[in-house]
Each structure stands twice: as structure tokens, then as C-alpha cells.
Design a binder for this molecule. Structure first.
Ligand code: PRT
Ligand code: ZN
Length: 301
């Protein structure tokens, strides 16, 4: 069998991180989209039992190449990885696009300097050396702002560079900021806000494209259900319009009569956003009662 004929067996291929910060949530997302998987993380390949889909478990840095080489059609990586890859090798990776923001793996790419280094904006970095694993994003950021600095590329443990005198400052991913603090570094400038995204190779065979669409519709539905809430309450008929106006992100609530009570109605609505305590209190203040907010397991328009 040639490598090419091996590639399209009519099954969609998605590449996710084998082990790391994105893997568990990537797996969970596919499962929520109704994909039943045999979880053996030691393998490179994992077949879905109930959908023509195979999952490649690889290092996150390799995911763009799995797509451009047509081994996989979809992948889940951090925006930071996608953008960096595209900046470094525009020609190879220009055909990849981000199709869905997933809301997990949130972090930022930031410039940080030692606490005792005087810092008065980006100009303080002129002529200095900055260590990073994100040469492309850092160079583009500095060039746009006319700052000339030296960049030294490191694969990992970037936060130790100033202590070892390899660099004056660093540019690295930050989530809680604890790593910076424990290394005596202060975060100064944010270059990029990042989260996990689904990426797709725009160049795809038709049979796979329709499978791809099915899975993307499901994933969008999962994400929407996750951030939506179903709200139920009783409202006096007289204040119904006021109540409707307070319901967050809901288009057209269902209004039903309450048996034996002509002055009251039941209102049910899907809210496209979180329902806060303050919203429930505002509803109650306007006369609503028996307010229930419940999560939604699945929704499809
Ligand atoms: O083995 P493989 O190459 O697949 O994994 P990896 O080690 O390259 O990646 P991994 O698992 O560390 O990160 C995968 C992706 O998670 C990144 O590309 C980001 O999109 C995202 N992400 C989210 C993060 C963080 N948060 C994060 N905090 N990636 C790295 N970090 C680092 C940070 O730089 C610091 O060193 O984690 C450390 C702890 O951060 P603080 O700020 O919480 O202390
Ligand atoms: Zn990696």
C-alpha cells in the first residue's frame, strides 16, 4: 500500500495532543460530541467505535505538519502554536485555518523581565537579549513597534534564562503567573491571548469534508450547550415584558398558562449565556417566582 492510498480510507482523521495541557479536554470534547473512544494513550492511533473517525495522538508541535501532509484533516492546538508555526513557515502552513475557538487551554504570551531590572516600556528592551520559544511571534511584535532586540531561542525552561545570564528578559506563555513569580520575573507586555482551537486543512477531499462538517456542527453544539442555561420561572402577566427584557441572551421565551391562575404564566427560555445570581435577583425584584436555572446537556437547532 502506498502512503497516499493509506491516507483516504473514508475516515476523518483528527490530531490531538498525546499528553499535556490540552489532551484531556480534547478527548473530553470529542466524547461530548458523541464520539466513543477506546482510550489507550500509549498508542499513536485511536479509532472511534461509532463514527468514521480516527484520532492521532501526537506532540502538539507536530499537529500542523500532520494536517499539511494530509495525514489528518482536523487538529486541536493552542492559537500560540498555530500562529507561531504560520509565522515561521508561511508557505507550508498558510493553508491551515482556525475554525472553532474551544475556550480551554487559555494562556497569554508575555514579555517578562527580572524584578530588579528597570522597565519603562518596550524601549527598555532595545539592545537587550530576550529568550523565547516563540521567535516568530516575538520578532513580529517587536518589529511592529520598532524595537530592536536580540532573540535567543530556547526549547523549554525559558524562565531560567535571566538567572543563567543567557538573556536579560523572556517571552513565554503564562497562565497563573506563578512560574514567573517563583523565578523573580515581572510580566510586562502581553503579545498574544491564546486558547485551544480546532484547526482545519482547507484542502480536503469531498467525502471527508462532509464528515468534517458533521463533527464541527456537533462540536459547536456542545460548546453552545455548555455556555447556555435553561431558565424556568413564573411571572405575573402584568410584568411579562419587563421579565422578558431581563432574561439574558434569550430570543423568544415560551410562555404557558398556569392552571387555575389567570394572572400568572410560566416562562421557559434558553439563555445563551451564564445566568448570574444578580440576574435571578433582578427577575425576582420584578415579580418572578419559582426561578429555576438548569444546565443543558445537548442542543441542536
Ligand atoms: O509534549 P508536547 O510538545 O505535546 O507538549 P508541550 O510541553 O509543548 O505543551 P504543554 O502541554 O505544556 O502546552 C500545550 C498548550 O497549552 C500550549 O501550547 C498553550 O496553548 C496551552 N497552555 C495553557 C500553556 C499554559 N497554559 C501554560 N501555563 N502552555 C504552557 N504553559 C506553561 C507556562 O509557560 C509556564 O512555564 O506552564 C507553566 C506554568 O504556567 P503558570 O503561569 O501557571 O505558572
Ligand atoms: Zn509542544
Amino acid at each position: 500500500m502506498t502512503a497516499k492510498s493509506h491516507r483516504n480510507d473514508g475516515r476523518l482523521k483528527i490530531a490531538i495532543q498525546k499528553s499535556g495541557r490540552l489532551s484531556e479536554k480534547s478527548f473530553a470534547l470529542l466524547e461530548k460530541a458523541g464520539i466513543s473512544l477506546q482510550k489507550s494513550k500509549d498508542q499513536l492511533l485511536c479509532r472511534a467505535r461509532n463514527f468514521p473517525l480516527d484520532i492521532f495522538l501526537v506532540r502538539d508541535d507536530d499537529i500542523p505538519a500532520f494536517l499539511t501532509n494530509q495525514v489528518c484533516q482536523l487538529g486541536i492546538i493552542g492559537q500560540n502554536t498555530l500562529l507561531e508555526t504560520q509565522l515561521l513557515e508561511a508557505e507550508t502552513y498558510g493553508g491551515l485555518s482556525q475554525v472553532i475557538e474551544l475556550g480551554f487551554g487559555r494562556c497569554r504570551l508575555s514579555i517578562a523581565v527580572p524584578n530588579d531590572m528597570p522597565y519603562d516600556g518596550l524601549d527598555s528592551l532595545a539592545g537587550r537579549t530576550i529568550a523565547t520559544s516563540y521567535r516568530g511571534l516575538l520578532a513580529a511584535f517587536l518589529a511592529e513597534r520598532g524595537v530592536e532586540a536580540n532573540i535567543v531561542t530556547m526549547e523549554g525552561a525559558v524562565e531560567v534564562a535571566p538567572r543563567t545570564h543567557l538573556a536579560d528578559a523572556i517571552c513565554d506563555l503564562v497562565s497563573t503567573g506563578n512560574t514567573l513569580i517563583s523565578n523573580g520575573l515581572a510580566e510586562q507586555d502581553i503579545i498574544l491571548q491564546s486558547q485551544a482551537v480546532i484547526i482545519q486543512n482547507n484542502d480536503m477531499q469531498d467525502d471527508l469534508r462532509s464528515l468534517c462538517e458533521t463533527i464541527l456542527v456537533r462540536i459547536n453544539a456542545v460548546l453552545r450547550a455548555e455556555r447556555s442555561r435553561y431558565i424556568m420561572l413564573n411571572s405575573p402577566v402584568s410584568v411579562l415584558d419587563e421579565i422578558k427584557a431581563v432574561l439574558p441572551g434569550s430570543q423568544s421565551p415560551t410562555v404557558m398558562p398556569l392552571q387555575g391562575n389567570d394572572d400568572m404564566v410560566a416562562v421557559h427560555a434558553v439563555c445563551d449565556e451564564e445566568v448570574f445570581w444578580s440576574t435571578m435577583e433582578a427577575l425576582k425584584d420584578r415579580g418572578a417566582s419559582s426561578i429555576l436555572v438548569v444546565p443543558i446537556e445537548k442542543m441542536l437547532d
